[in-house]
Design a protein around this ligand. Structure first.
Ligand code: PEP
Length: 255
């Protein structure tokens, strides 16, 4: 299997003009040299308002940038929203969709998330589709049922839409909600079991097996073990992506 590896930083709602410039410049100068010849792609997903700043800072860099959400609507009277067309207009290539913080705080359901993935594909963006169970769901033994619903709702919807031929552009991120920002990481085995299951589902819909990233308190100390697993193709990194040393150390584990 030749599957693209990624390390994608999710800055969430952090940073300002000055700290962003410092962070990006220090990541650029501390990136492992091996990255130039490696197949791993590095991306930072930043708040909308700083996309234009990051575009400038990352000009001629191998690091790419993306957004953290997108509107499900193409355009019109949706005050405060940002469309896929606007992101594409800016040269933005990636967008995180269905992060658990959007699902919980903004009540986003699987159908809305499917619409967002659809419109992102229409504008040739690469959606990073997040799925994952809560602690209660894991303890109830329904992890597979939850992630299956989350993934299949989207893949079925895309398969039945005009974006069917773009379905292979989707990146999947498995992010157990109980491991996000809590310091608790899924063990490599726990994560790998879910990744293998997600791949089985995805392969029923996609023509090319997708990149499936793990997210949830990834740090330099646990990245190697996670990324060594067959079905884990890199990580979606929250907290550690705000620290140059940690982010670059995580990237080097894939190179
Ligand atoms: C995330 O928010 O996508 C994430 C994985 O966060 P953290 O690495 O901080 O757990």
């Amino acid at each position: 299997m030749n599957i693209q590896n990624y390390v994608i930083g999710n800055w969430k709602m952090n940073g300002n003009w000055e700290t962003n410039a410092k962070l990006i410049n220090s990541i650029k100068s501390n990136l492992p040299h091996s990255l130039n010849n490696s197949s791993t792609k590095t991306v930072v997903c930043v708040p909308y308002i700083y996309l234009i700043q990051c575009k400038g800072l990352l000009n001629n860099s191998i690091i790419e940038y993306g957004a953290q959400d997108v509107s499900a609507h193409e355009n019109g009277a949706y005050t405060g929203e940002v469309s896929a067309g606007m992101l594409a207009d800016l040269g933005c290539k990636y967008v995180i969709i269905g992060h658990s913080e959007r699902r919980v705080y903004h009540k986003e359901d699987n159908e809305l998330i499917a619409d967002k993935v659809n419109i992102a594909l229409k504008y040739k963006l690469i959606p990073i589709l997040c799925v994952g169970e809560t602690l209660e769901q894991r303890e109830e033994g329904i992890t597979n049922k939850i992630v299956k619903q989350q993934l299949e709702t989207v893949l079925q919807s895309i398969q039945n839409s005009e974006q069917k031929s773009n379905i292979d552009n989707i990146i999947i991120a498995y992010e157990p909600v109980w491991a996000i920002g809590t310091g608790k990481t899924a063990t490599a085995e726990q994560a790998h079991t879910v990744h293998a299951y997600l791949r089985e589902i995805a392969d029923n819909y996609m023509h090319k097996s997708p990149s499936i990233l793990y997210g949830g308190s990834v740090k330099p100390s646990n990245a190697k073990e996670l990324f060594n697993m067959l079905h884990i193709n890199g990580g979606l990194i929250g907290g550690a992506s705000l620290n140059t040393q940690d982010f670059c150390d995580i990237i080097s584990t894939l190179n």
